[in-house]
Design a protein around this ligand. Structure first.
Ligand code: ADP
Ligand code: MG
Length: 259
């Protein structure tokens, strides 16, 4: 049966003992969406990803994936042990090994070919034989994206993949994700909306419950209103280049902020 979504959350709640991390979350993620999940620290964003990956039980509600959809996951930056002695190519290839130990598994030729294609796509092919300990943060992040894509997932989940990277490298990674979102549904978590503003197709703002979900032209305005009271000036100062298009189309809102 054809369904209109890749992921559907219906009244999802997750509780850790006394903490209700997520409360009655309902929304759908469409195929080829590039959705940014934003919200404050402790707002339940990582819990949402864990729920999608079946790593935490739901206390109520339901998560449904469209039939035969597979998920790839890019771990949070700090969760990856960069001291492990392994090359870039080996890390990318390890995305296909399930639970098996890298050293006891033979790789199929097609997997090797696909790893090469992905490394080309992510512009890390020249790093293939480097030890991961030698990589910059941005390079490592690209390696982890390539790794997550090895098994041809339909849906790619990323939990704050660019935390601690500098602005230029962040932009580069978001550009790559934007182009990937032509083929893969992407759900990315960040606590900083300025980072993803001009790249995503839709946004969900989560602070325990879902405060906003949308992809219409008013998305940015609505999200800004939710995240801070009168935020445009703040953003203009911080991320002027990101806000330029927005300000030009939202002059009225800008004016009303000063009244
Ligand atoms: P975010 O990723 O948006 O910062 P989290 O999903 O990590 O938020 O956390 C949501 C809430 O759940 C927070 O109050 C956090 O302290 C709590 N929490 C997260 N993981 C656990 C856990 N394993 N045990 C108990 N509480 C947790
Ligand atoms: Mg988190």
């Amino acid at each position: 049966m054809e369904v209109s979504y890749d992921i559907k959350l219906d009244q999802v709640s997750v509780r850790y003992d006394s903490v209700e991390a997520l409360k009655n979350i309902s929304f759908e993620v469409k195929q080829n969406d590039f959705i940014g999940i934003i919200g404050p620290n402790g707002g339940g964003k990582s819990t949402l990803v864990k729920a999608l990956l079946n790593l935490v039980p739901l206390s109520s509600g339901e998560i449904t994936l469209a039939p035969n959809k597979r998920m790839g996951y890019v771990p949070q930056f700090a969760e990856f042990d960069q001291a492990f002695p392994i090359t870039v190519e080996e890390v990318v290839m390890s995305g296909g090994m399930g639970g098996k130990s890298y050293f006891f598994r033979r790789f199929k030729k097609e997997e090797k070919e696909r790893a090469k294609t992905l490394m080309e796509r992510l512009e890390i092919l020249d790093l293939a034989s480097k030890q991961i300990g030698q990589l910059s943060g941005g390079q490592l992040q690209k390696v982890l994206v390539a790794r997550a894509l090895l098994t041809k997932p339909d849906i790619l989940l990323l939990d704050e993949p660019t935390a601690s990277l500098d602005v230029q490298v962040k932009k580069e990674i978001y550009e790559i994700l934007k182009s990937l979102s032509e083929e893969v549904t992407i759900l990315i978590i960040t606590h900083d909306i300025a980072e993803i503003f001009s790249y995503v197709k839709s946004v969900a703002y989560i602070n325990q419950s879902l405060h906003y979900h949308g992809s219409d032209s008013k998305m940015k305005k609505n999200v800004l209103e939710l995240t801070t009271g009168c935020p445009i000036e703040e953003f203009v100062q911080k991320e002027e280049y990101l806000m330029k298009d927005f300000i030009e189309t939202e002059d009225k809102y800008h004016d009303s902020c000063h009244s």
